[in-house]
Ligand binder design. Structure first.
Ligand code: NAP
Length: 531
């Protein structure tokens, strides 16, 4: 909690003093302060020493993309609007979110990462602070939690939990995927839903944000079991979704098979062929060409654009792509087949495949899309390749790393290893795959870093194109849709690039994505009034 002390002519605002702080000093504009040095634990006497002869000193902690103030010492300046309000506000918002949403560390992490970037925009647009836009953004419009009971092939009854978090509809109907995975709980769905707000905003396609799913594990289940689960899930979900309301799609554990079963049940319950109520449908019954490929292709398109700004490309680069699911497969495909890179490793939750000739995608697609097998079986048909059970993909030397599996899969130790091994670019294909310590290391080492909400926005972008085709009763060609995807990813790239520059952090795509995404939503929320 914050306390105010009077210390001679100084006001001391105590936020929260922790370890690993850095001291920054300066006067006037808080966000333009020059870093003063001093890494490590910060004692009070150090702060007092810094205060001598200065108006303000801020102790900050690094939160992924920006220094988040923990403690601020300042001279009282009566009658002047205090610059420090923005910083204390940012910290107090984060503390409030943590207090209001206990036990949801992934959600806290996502909020911190975004709020940590917003200082410069809040300074420029104080009305966002006054209208409590961030606080409203952090509180979902609606949180739906429900029971999903279903029977397995032996007639045993199982009970899972279903979620749909309708986070924000300032820009359009709620939009975001459904995840079926045993790790799913409220905090995971909320972090994904929160990220989705800014991601969808960056696409400029008129999309609000939501996310849903269940702790159901489709792995090892028969098609009939998956169908019964999906039908039971939709029994509740149908009340909340619709073309103009909320449009779910796939995510981890939810592909065309699951979307098909859910769409079938939605149609049966509502007696409407409402194609725009779900995206990721099969081509031939309302689905879009290139939706399956969209997230992975989009990831490669964004990263290629980013490399271009550095005078580079994927051509000839050795890459690592974690995971072997939807995002990983099509990221690998685009890098290898169009951009001339070589992906030497991929993985699943059991282990890592290393193939120095380049991953054979035909094999991975057969194993993962057809047989639903384990990646370890890759070596059956590629004897020269190596499989390491429980291995760490980030220990393999590479030029570019693309985490495409799951949240927090790349931590500080992994980042150190990648940097040591000469990696120069990292692109987040998965949602929040890098911890904030890892991002800090990448930033300090000058590594080109593409943040998830920009890099993997291609999936939701083509979902919006699917809705557009459904509304117009059209079916575009693969080439046309892919061309549109490419244009959207280029636009997102340039938006992030220019915004980072405009707000004083050139090359920091995380700041660029957070600020640009936030700005669209915040302006819409202001215009739509308090509700
Ligand atoms: P998916 O098809 O279910 O594939 C996920 C892959 O990651 C699987 O190969 C899985 O292996 C692997 N994996 C999971 N946990 C792992 C771990 N701890 N270590 C190594 N591998 C692990 O899911 P997806 O659709 O590709 O989604 C992947 C990520 O991208 C998620 O963060 C998702 O939210 C994000 N994303 C997806 C889309 C989309 O359109 N699909 C769009 C935007 C963002 P197992 O099979 O062993 O579990």
């Amino acid at each position: 909690m914050r306390k105010m002390h009077k210390a001679s002519s100084l006001t001391v605002v105590t936020l929260r003093l922790g370890n690993n702080c850095k001291i920054r000093k300066g006067k006037g504009h808080l966000w333009k302060r020059v870093r003063a040095g001093t890494k490590g634990k910060v004692g009070k006497e150090v702060i007092e020493a810094y205060l001598a002869g200065r108006s303000e000193v801020v102790v900050v902690d690094w939160w992924g993309s920006y220094y988040l103030p923990l403690k601020l010492y300042m001279r009282t300046t009566p009658g002047r609007r205090k610059v420090m309000d923005v910083d204390t506000k940012a910290e107090s918002i984060c503390e409030e979110v943590i207090a209001r949403n206990p036990g949801e560390p992934e959600f806290h992490q996502a909020v911190r990462e975004v709020v940590g970037s917003l200082g410069p925009i809040l300074e420029k647009r104080p009305e966002f602070v006054e209208e409590r836009i961030i606080e409203r953004l952090c509180e979902p419009d609606r949180q739906i939690i429900f029971r999903v009971a279903w029977q397995d092939d032996e007639g045993q009854v199982h009970v899972n939990r279903g979620f749909r978090i309708e986070f924000n509809s300032a820009l359009g109907p709620y939009k975001g995927g459904l995840r079926f995975h045993p790790s799913v709980y409220l905090g995971i769905i909320k972090f994904l839903g929160f990220e989705q707000i800014l991601k969808n905003s960056l696409t400029n396609l008129g999309l609000g944000a939501g996310k849903g799913g269940s702790d159901f594990d489709p792995k090892g289940k028969s098609d009939d079991e998956v169908m019964r689960f999906c039908q039971s899930f939709m029994l509740e979900l149908h009340r909340h979704i619709g073309h103009f309301t909320d449009v779910p799609a796939g995510d981890t554990g939810v592909g065309p098979r699951e979307i098909g079963y859910m769409f079938g049940r939605y149609k049966r319950i509502t007696n409407r062929f409402e194609a725009g109520a779900l995206t990721g449908k099969g081509v031939g019954w309302g689905g879009s060409m290139a939706r399956t490929e969209a997230t992975g292709y989009g990831c490669a398109y964004f990263m290629e654009e980013m490399l271009k700004t550095l005078g580079e490309s994927f051509e000839g680069k050795t890459c690592l792509v974690s995971g072997s699911g939807n995002v990983a497969i099509y990221t690998i495909e685009k890098i290898q087949e169009e951009f001339g890179g070589k992906v030497v490793a991929c993985s699943d939750s059991n282990g890592v495949i290393y193939d120095d000739k380049g991953i054979n995608l035909e094999t991975v697609k057969r194993l993962k899309e057809v047989e639903r097998a384990r990646i370890s079986e890759y070596t059956d048909s590629h004897k020269h390749a190596r499989y390491e059970e429980g291995g760490n993909i980030w220990e393999i030397p590479c030029d570019a790393a693309l985490p495409c599996a799951t949240q927090n899969e790349l931590d500080e130790g992994d980042a150190k290893k990648l940097i040591e091994n000469g990696c120069t670019a990292v692109g987040e294909g998965a949602n929040m795959p890098c911890t904030h310590e890892a991002i800090r290391l990448f930033s300090d080492a000058g590594i080109a870093f593409g943040p998830a909400k920009a890099v993997n926005a291609g999936g939701v972008a083509v979902s919006a194109l699917e809705m557009q085709q459904n509304a117009g009763r059209e079916a575009w060609s693969f080439e046309y849709t892919d061309q549109k995807l490419q244009e959207i990813m280029k636009d997102i790239h340039i938006t992030c690039y220019e915004t980072a520059e405009e707000y004083g952090t050139p090359g920091n795509y995380l700041n660029g994505a957070n600020i640009a995404g936030f700005l669209n939503v915040a302006q819409a929320m202001l215009a739509e009034g308090v509700d």
